[in-house]
Design a protein around this ligand. Structure first.
Ligand SMILES: NC(=O)c1ccc[n+]([C@@H]2O[C@H](COP(=O)([O-])OP(=O)(O)OC[C@H]3O[C@@H](n4cnc5c(N)ncnc54)[C@H](O)[C@@H]3O)[C@@H](O)[C@H]2O)c1
Length: 370
């Protein structure tokens, strides 16, 4: 599949290039869009999505400033190209803050960013969540294009239209559903990603393998060689699920595989663990419960620790932490009243959501500590 750069928004810049070998995954719903995956595609694919835009606010974390500046310069080059303004924000979770969002709205006001203009989110999942939220609320919603630079951002955060900032009371408590106009996953960006961030993203890829596409699990034997295929297949899993449930009213729940215990570990660790590390333990836990309660076959159970362990992810946790973990699971915003509901597997790629009582939850945890 090739994506042709029309040569700047007005066309005819003479710089028209072709995005070769890019893969495109379509996301359905009320405002459908494409996710483009490939190498060296940032500028041509983003230009195509910004066609006709006069002004672009490119939101990025300070630590990715040099890369963001290069993208802004290239996007703003040539006749008919938009004016691209760089807006720096704090890196990671500190950026997902109402005060940061308010500062961005103030900057958009000074720039006079209008309804036909666009916001671009350039960074990890924290930055695209923030940029998406700011775009969702500005003038009651302007176009946002996501350029995720982390693996987790590419396969998860930038897709599905969920945007949010954090409150002292909890993560992602204020947000909006605001699908992007498109997502550009340029695999070249991943070259500078720290190893622990790469593993964190690979945990989400493995999750897609367990709940929907077991072929991914084999490909994870050599992730570096298979990066394009891994990203495209994992994106396809997320796209399929969110297309069927754009506002998270049910089926999307399967994407929470491993997340109930994972979120609890993140809280108990004071968010010092990477998300992928926490859900890795969570998936081993969910697989153990699936084996106990639903007869998940032993080889599939063992495959969890084997695949995740080989990626350098943790597969067990502290025995003494159970009371704190249970309390955290109970207070998770996704927990329904009464017993906890977990995503479990009957077999690989056959997920179900099931209430699990406290005795089973504890017995399952004993397996994860041993
Ligand atoms: N909206 C959703 O549906 C959704 C889904 C999953 C996660 N999320 C959110 O995504 C966030 C987690 O995403 P994340 O792991 O990408 O976090 P992140 O944005 O904090 O990025 C992780 C770190 O990697 C750095 N980084 C990113 N790209 C880089 C690159 N190319 N080179 C070097 N360093 C780079 C970042 O600067 C940051 O320090 C959380 O806030 C989570 O709530 C949202």
């Amino acid at each position: 599949m090739s994506w042709h750069d029309p040569g700047g928004p007005g066309g005819g810049s003479g710089r028209g290039s072709v995005v070769t070998d890019a893969q495109v995954v379509h996301v359905g719903g009320t405002r459908p869009y494409d996710v483009v995956i490939g190498s060296g595609i940032t500028v041509p694919a983003t230009r195509r999505l910004l066609g006709g835009t006069r002004l672009v606010a490119l939101v990025h974390p300070q630590c990715l400033h040099a890369a963001a500046r290069d993208v802004a310069a290239a996007l703003g080059e040539g006749p008919g190209a938009p004016r691209v303004e760089l807006l720096a924000v704090p890196d990671g979770e500190p950026g997902k803050d109402l005060a940061v969002a308010a500062r961005l709205w103030d900057q958009l006001s000074r720039l006079r960013l209008g309804r036909d203009d666009a916001v671009v989110g350039f960074g990890g999942g924290a930055t695209t969540d923030l940029a998406g939220f700011v775009a969702a609320a500005w003038l009651r919603g302007v176009r946002v294009v996501h350029l995720p630079t982390s693996l987790l951002g590419m396969v998860d955060a930038a897709i599905g239209g969920k945007t949010a900032v954090n409150l002292p009371a909890g993560k992602n408590l204020v947000g909006a559903f605001h699908p992007p106009a498109g997502v550009v996953c340029d695999l070249d960006r991943l070259a500078s990603l720290p190893p622990e961030e790469r593993s964190s993203g690979l945990a989400e890829v493995a999750k897609c393998g367990f709940v929907a596409d077991p072929a991914l699990l084999g490909m994870l034997d050599r992730p570096e060689e298979q990066l394009a295929g891994l990203v495209a297949r994992a994106v396809a899993v997320k796209a399929r699920v969110v297309s069927a449930d754009p506002r998270e009213s049910g089926p999307r729940e399967i994407l929470n595989y491993g997340h109930t215990l994972g979120h609890a570990i993140e809280r108990v660790e004071g968010f010092r663990w990477r998300h992928g590390a926490a859900i890795s333990v969570g998936m081993v836990y969910a697989a153990g419960l699936s084996h106990r309660l639903l007869g998940l076959p032993e080889p599939d159970l063992k495959r969890h620790a084997a695949v995740l362990g080989a990626l350098g992810l943790p597969v067990s946790y502290r025995p003494d932490a159970w009371p704190a973990l249970l309390a955290a699971m109970r207070s998770d915003k996704k927990a329904r009243a009464g017993s906890l509901r977990l995503v479990l597997l009957r077999r690989l790629a056959d997920p179900v959501v099931l209430p699990v009582d406290e005795a089973d939850l504890a017995a399952g945890y004993a397996d994860v500590c041993s």
